[in-house]
Design a protein around this ligand. Structure first.
Ligand code: AR6
Length: 179
């Protein structure tokens, strides 16, 4: 599903974040120390190779909501933007911290004049954020900043399951209808 808003295409896609060849940057759902781990972080570090940890670790530790940028090494992208999402029920206020991830990642992409970026559903795996709530925060934050965007043309949300994709589709439609 694709929707164009203020000249920027927002696309919802089912897939693997390590296989987004048409995106200049991919976002990592990182851990505070920027090491490899499970889920998205494990897949990104495995696909990028050991150089990624070497560049990323000295940029940490991150606080929830923060983002940093590195090269992408063996990944088919130019950059990885690493975000530390909140652990649901622990890092508060969680919606604000999750929104900061998307906002800070967008700012880094703009600073680097990137045309495209792919986001996974940050915090919705090991960190336990319910997908519906997280989707609303993610999409609202991006749309809220869309008129500030100068360089990005494509913003892609990459969902790992059909169920998560359906949730994002439903929430995007609701937000566009002002619900
Ligand atoms: N591509 C796209 N989405 C994926 C992929 C993939 N390859 N793998 C999982 N997902 P998670 P978090 C989905 O746990 O909740 C790590 O160990 C997954 O279904 O990766 O922010 C780090 O080191 C879920 O919807 O991130 C941290 O310690 C979403 O991506 C911690 O987990 C995020 O799941 C971060 O937890």
């Amino acid at each position: 599903m694709k929707r164009k808003i203020s000249g920027v295409t927002i696309e919802l896609r089912k897939g693997d974040i390590t296989r987004q060849k048409d995106c200049e940057a991919v976002v990592n759902a990182a851990n505070a120390r920027l090491q490899t781990g499970g889920g998205v972080a494990g897949a990104i570090h495995k696909a990028a190779g050991p150089q990624l940890e070497k560049e990323a670790v000295p940029l940490g530790p991150l606080e929830p909501g923060e983002a940093v940028i590195t090269g992408a090494f063996e990944l088919p992208n130019r950059y990885v933007i690493h975000c530390l999402g909140p652990v649901y029920g622990k890092d508060k206020p969680e919606a604000e911290l999750l929104a900061n991830c998307y906002s800070n990642a967008l700012d880094l992409a703009e600073e680097h004049r990137l045309p495209s970026i792919a986001f996974p559903a940050i915090s919705t795996g090991i960190f336990g954020y319910p997908i519906e709530e997280a989707a609303r925060v993610a999409i609202t934050t991006i749309i809220g900043k869309i008129t500030e965007i100068k360089h990005l043309k494509n913003i892609v949300f990459v969902l790992y399951s059909s169920k998560d994709l359906e949730v994002y589709e439903k929430i995007l439609e609701q937000i566009l209808q002002g619900k």
